[in-house]
Design a protein around this ligand. Sequence first.
Ligand SMILES: Cc1cc2nc3c(=O)[nH]c(=O)nc-3n(C[C@H](O)[C@H](O)[C@H](O)COP(=O)(O)OP(=O)(O)OC[C@H]3O[C@@H](n4cnc5c(N)ncnc54)[C@H](O)[C@@H]3O)c2cc1C
Length: 435
Amino acid sequence: MKKIIVAGAGHGGLTAAYNLSKNGFDVTVFEKGDREGLGYDWHDALNYDAFDYAGIERPDRSLIRDGVQSGFENPSANVKLVIPYDPTGFMMDRRVLLKYLIDNAEKVGVKFQFGCEITGAVFDGLSVAGIKYVKDGEAMEKRADMVIDACGMYSPVRQSLPPCFNIKEGFEAKETFHVYRVYFENITGEILNPPYLISLFHMGKPGIDWVLTEEDSVDILVGKFGTAGALTEEEIEAAIADYRERYPFIGEKIVRGGAAGEIPLSKMLPLLVADGYALVGDSAGMTIPLNGSGIVLSMQAGKILADKIISCDADAFSIENLWNYQYEYFQTLGKDLVMIDILKNFFTHCKKKDIDYFLEKKILTEEMLDFGKGINITPQFILHIIAVGMPLIGLVPPLVNNLKSIPSIDSVAAQMPEEYSKEAVSEWVEKYSRL
Ligand SMILES: Cc1cc2nc3c(=O)[nH]c(=O)nc-3n(C[C@H](O)[C@H](O)[C@H](O)COP(=O)(O)OP(=O)(O)OC[C@H]3O[C@@H](n4cnc5c(N)ncnc54)[C@H](O)[C@@H]3O)c2cc1C
């Protein structure tokens, strides 16, 4: 039986583990956290499609809550765009979701090793052959036919790969989103319209904040693009104070959360695979680059990866076969996110007044901000932005610099080699990295 190690009990790794074990592979997940303490004390927006796609039974209604209508406001809070309600969407507590994925994986035979701090990869020549980890203070190694790296954005496995693997070691500041999330009590039970309001460049800070009202609590996220530096205590307090002034029903008592985190905000990393190794989820940069949602993408990627391994009779863990996973992920999902990443890079140059202008002049619309539906930006649209954006003269150079790659996305996608060859893939990786 072929042995697979999943490094980190992330959503993508758990989805791959479930599907591989169900199909006869011997899968062990190594996770640094405790089984009970995994995840965060907050909920996430999901949809049933993610489970259908991942081949995992939909969670029972008792485990989820209905989704809510969302909308965006500009920094001056005088323009509000409401996103059409998605009836397939729902909310699920992070801890409930992880428990659900772990329980499902265990039912089909996946083994779990909790409390293992992974420190890097084990190599056989230029193949990944296992992981190094520390358990109860003791350094250990575990070998396998393949390692699926689902260890998140600071994956120690990815960071331990030698440069000749050509896999990017980490994320740059412009590819990082610093966030803080907290739930306060809702004193009166008042619900905003829309209940989930996302503030662009709230208080002038480059990034997004949100306030999500439920009868018993108000969920606040404060988020800042990494290009603008780390999120400070003062910025968190200022954002919360502003929401509290506008919505006096937000109480002082913290009822959940109250934790900071970082999310990659980037297009997919240029290369995700090596002999005996594949990246999935945050460790591969699989999030929506403007808002950091990554759960659905991670689950989808985990399923694609498992399918490619399962459907290959011989040499399932070679880079040649695993490249098929990267190819399919990019062509079906990753390609559309490149556009969003370019837009995000452009937005990091903007000021509060620019974002106000974009919403007031309807340059940014509901359709564009409905990230889940994908963005279709044509060269005509870019010309439109440049024409309407002319009064923002300081923005023209970053506009031209950042958005000029958009028309190349389709051609770079078309040039992606369908079959792996070292030279063709290295050439493609270079072109993709320049987008
Ligand atoms: C504040 C916040 C809010 C978010 N809200 C949403 C949302 O509403 N919707 C959404 O889709 N996404 C959201 N995200 C993003 C989402 O959390 C990630 O995109 C998603 O979890 C990626 O899953 P993953 O499979 O990469 O694994 P991760 O969730 O990153 O999990 C990685 C796992 O690896 C483990 N690990 C890490 N290092 C080691 C190590 N050295 N040894 C052993 N184990 C290790 C970790 O403990 C963890 O269990 C949010 C993120 C944050 C921080």
